[in-house]
Ligand binder design. Sequence first.
Ligand code: GDP
Length: 295
Amino acid sequence: MFENLSDKLNSVFKKLKGQGTLTEKNIDDGLKEVRFALLEADVHYRIVKQFIADIRERAVGADVLESLTPGQQVIKIVYEELTRLMGETRQDLNLTGQAPVSVMLVGLQGSGKTTTAAKLAVYLKKQGRKPFLVPADVYRPAAIDQLKKLGSQVQVPVFASDPGMNPVDICRQARVAAQQQGCNTLLLDTAGRLHIDEALMEELVGIKQAVSPSDILLVADAMTGQDAVNIAQSFNERLDIGGVILSKMDGDARGGAALSIKAVTGRPIKFVGVGEKTNALEAFHPDRMASSILG
Ligand code: GDP
């Protein structure tokens, strides 16, 4: 993750620290390189522009330039602004409401939704909750089998969805079944398509209206960069999502989606997927991510 960006930022910082005293020109030269590094990392250009302007405003002040360690101060400012860019504080799942609560997972086919449902089940079990997996993708019978397999692997019950049922009925009946089995958190694995289309969105809106989920999470593939950001924006416009899970971060060397999604959509990244295994899910902490970018 972020290998190139980290390398580039560190070389800028090395130069700034090496200079002892800094002038406005030194800062501007450094920020130009930061700008290039962010664009190369596939961060949305509007976000880069604002980000650089915010840093510049703070960095060219007398309290920074006349401090004993101006280079260090600039690094601190970049760290704080990176943290702010990614949402400042950790946002966990929203599980408020009368039990059993539902968490709806949405996203395009292949984004990692089904795998993420199983990962979240593991996460919730560790939190002492009783998850219940619900396959609600009736168009790909393989998706139902995949979730059944994953459920037995992580020892979490899976609703016996029938591909002949409609997804809204599945979600409604699953709620009753969850209650009967003493489960308090439904994870709804909804259908995905290769592209966003009206039928997909309407179905998801229908499920949202029928089950009033506590949280709606978009699972987006980090490796698709700005496409993931655009997808997040489209899903958010229709569904008012609660957050994003960025999957496949282990394969994403650039980091553009992770850095842009909050700023573009206003919705936080709540988790990142870092591998295919069911334990490869990490809570997203903007401050820790900023530290790891700065090395
Ligand atoms: P769905 O169509 O959205 O339900 O996607 P799947 O859950 O079937 O995942 C598609 C592929 O991505 C599978 O091969 C998963 O193993 C893989 N995958 C999912 N999440 C991750 C991740 O965080 N890292 C990696 N490397 N692979 C992942």
